[in-house]
Ligand binder design. Structure first.
Ligand code: BG6
Length: 469
C-alpha cells in the first residue's frame, strides 16, 4: 500500500507539564491538583504534597529539557506538544500579576524547540488546575474561573505570540464527565456532585475556551487554536436497535464537547438531556455570542474504542484511559486492560471530519507497557520494544487510511514520547516513550535517558514522511 502523508505533516510527540516537569515547588510555582493526587486520577487526594507522589519530581524535565529536546530533534520531530503548568504562571490562579520566573521557563523551553525547528503545540490547561482554585472556588463549578482562565490565557498569548502557533484550550475536556477533580478542578467528591453543577462547570469551560479562541485570534493573528477531546469510538455491541440507540446516546455525551467547540451552539440532543434531567444551565447574556468563536481545528487523543449495549448494566465494562463502556470480544488488550483497536482511529477521524469539516490533529496515541532495559551487543542500554513499534505502526497505517479517505490532518504527536508519570495510575512503570527514563515507582533511578528501539523506528518514519510504515 502506498501511504501518503501530506507535505509538511507535523510529526512529533506529546507530554504534559505535570507528568514530566517535576520541580513542583520551584521558582514560585504554586500547588496544582496534581500535587495532591499521589495515586493518580482515581486515588485519594492529600492535604499537602506527599513524598510518594511521583509527579513532584516527574522525569525532572524542568531541569533536563535541553537534553530531551535534543533527543526529540535527533528523531526529527517537527512539533512538540507540551502544556503550561497554570500554577507556574499564576501560583494560586486568582492573582492579578503573573509569576515572571514561570513565564521565563516557557520562553526558554520554546526557544530551545525553535533552535531545532520544532514547532511547540501548547495545551493551556492539562489536568493541573491551581489547587487554590479547586479548594476555594470548587474549580469550574464557579463562574469566576472564566475570568481567571481568561487572564491566564491572555498572558500566554501576549507573551508567546511569536513563539507558539498551535494552541489547545483544555486537555480532554470531556473527561470531566468521569474525573471532575482532575479534569475540572472540582473539589466536591464525584459521588456528591450534582448533574446541575457538573454541566454548569462544563458550560463555564466552554465559555472560557471560546474566549481563549477570541482573544488568541486578536492577540496572535497567526495562532491556530483547537479544542482537545478524548475520542473513544463506541460500537453497538450487537445490531439490536436497542444497542444502536444506546450507542448513539452514549456518543452524544462525548460529541457534545466537540459539537459546541466546532459549531458554537448547544446541540438539540443536549437540550433534551437537560430537560429530562432537570438541568438548567445558567447563561449570561453574552455567552451565546462568545461561544460563536469556534475552534480552528479539532484535536483528540485516541487509545481505545468501546462498545455500548441497551443492556450494558449487566455486561462487563471495558477499561479505558478515563472512560470505557462494554468490553469488545474481538479486541486484544494492553497490560493495563485497554482495548487495542487501530481501525478505531480511522473510524473516529472520519466521524469527526464528516461532522465538522475542520482539520484534525492527532495529539495523543500510544501504548503504555512495561519495558525492560537491556544492554545490547554494541554495549548500549536500550529497550527492545517491538510491541510499541507494532502498536504505533498499526495506528499510523490507519491514520494514512483516513487521509486517503479525504480527512484533513495537521499532524500526529504520539503520547509520552519520553517516559513520564501516568495520569490514571501515577506509575512510571507504565511507559510510553521512545526514550527510556531511569526512574522507578519506588523513587529510585538515575534519571538517565536511553534510546529505545522505537526511537530509531520513529526517526525513519519521520524522515520518510511515513513511507517506511
Ligand atoms: C490521556 C491524558 O488521558 O491519556 C494523558 O491526556 C495521559 O495525560 C494519557 O497520560 C495516557 O493515560 P495514562 O493513564 O496511561 O497516563
Amino acid at each position: 500500500m502506498n501511504l501518503q502523508f501530506p507535505d509538511g505533516f507535523l510529526w512529533g510527540g506529546a507530554v504534559a507539564a505535570n507528568q514530566c516537569e517535576g520541580a513542583y515547588n520551584e521558582d514560585g510555582k504554586g500547588w496544582s491538583t496534581q500535587d495532591v493526587a499521589p495515586e493518580g486520577i482515581k486515588g485519594p487526594i492529600t492535604e499537602v504534597p506527599t513524598d510518594n507522589n511521583m509527579k513532584l519530581i516527574g522525569i525532572d524535565f524542568y531541569h533536563r529539557y535541553k537534553e530531551d529536546i535534543k533527543l526529540f530533534a535527533e528523531m526529527g520531530f517537527k512539533v512538540f506538544r507540551t502544556s503550561i503548568a497554570w500554577s507556574r504562571i499564576f501560583p494560586n490562579g486568582d492573582e492579578l500579576e503573573p509569576n515572571e520566573q514561570g513565564l521565563q521557563f516557557y520562553d526558554d523551553l520554546f526557544d530551545e524547540c525553535h533552535k531545532y525547528g520544532i514547532e511547540p503545540l501548547v495545551t493551556i490547561s492539562h489536568y493541573e488546575t491551581p489547587l487554590h482554585l479547586s479548594k476555594q472556588y470548587n474549580g469550574w463549578v464557579n463562574r469566576k474561573l472564566i475570568g481567571f482562565y481568561e487572564r491566564y490565557a491572555r498572558t500566554l498569548f501576549t507573551r508567546y505570540k511569536d513563539k507558539v502557533k498551535y494552541w489547545l484550550t483544555f486537555n480532554e475536556i470531556n473527561s470531566i464527565l468521569e474525573e471532575p477533580f482532575m479534569s475540572g478542578g472540582i473539589y466536591t467528591p464525584k459521588q456528591d456532585l450534582s448533574k446541575q453543577d457538573l454541566y454548569q462547570a462544563i458550560h463555564h469551560e466552554f465559555v472560557a475556551s471560546a474566549l481563549a479562541v477570541k482573544i488568541g485570534h486578536e492577540l496572535a493573528p497567526n495562532a491556530q487554536i483547537g479544542c482537545m477531546v478524548l475520542s473513544m469510538p463506541t460500537y453497538p455491541l450487537t445490531p439490536n436497535p436497542d444497542d444502536v440507540i444506546a450507542t448513539m446516546e452514549y456518543e452524544h455525551k462525548n460529541y457534545f464537547f466537540a459539537d459546541v467547540h466546532a459549531r458554537g451552539i448547544y446541540p438539540g440532543y443536549m437540550k433534551r438531556y437537560f430537560r429530562e434531567n432537570n438541568i438548567n444551565i445558567h447563561m449570561e447574556p453574552e455567552d451565546a455570542e462568545i461561544l460563536r468563536h469556534t475552534v480552528d481545528f479539532i484535536s483528540f487523543s485516541y487509545y481505545v474504542s468501546t462498545c455500548e449495549s441497551g443492556a450494558s448494566s449487566q455486561l462487563g465494562e471495558s477499561e479505558g484511559n478515563l472512560m470505557g463502556r462494554v468490553a469488545n470480544p474481538y479486541l486484544k488488550t494492553s497490560e493495563w486492560g485497554w482495548h487495542i483497536d487501530p481501525q478505531g482511529i480511522r473510524y473516529v477521524m472520519n466521524m469527526f471530519y464528516d461532522r465538522y469539516q475542520k482539520p484534525l490533529f492527532v495529539v495523543e496515541n500510544g501504548l503504555g507497557a512495561i519495558d525492560k532495559l537491556i544492554t545490547n551487543d554494541q554495549g548500549e542500554k536500550t529497550v527492545e520494544d517491538d510491541y510499541r513499534i507494532d502498536y504505533l505502526n498499526d495506528h499510523l497505517v490507519q491514520v494514512a487510511e483516513a487521509i486517503a479517505d479525504g480527512v484533513e490532518v495537521i499532524g500526529y504527536t504520539s503520547w509520552g514520547c519520553i517516559d513520564l508519570v501516568s495520569a490514571s495510575t501515577a506509575q512510571l512503570k507504565k511507559r510510553y516513550g521512545f526514550i527510556y527514563v531511569d526512574r522507578h515507582d519506588d523513587g529510585s533511578g538515575t534519571l538517565e535517558r536511553y534510546r529505545k528501539k522505537s526511537f530509531h523506528w520513529y526517526k525513519d518514519i519521520i524522515s520518510s514522511n511515513g513511507q517506511t510504515l
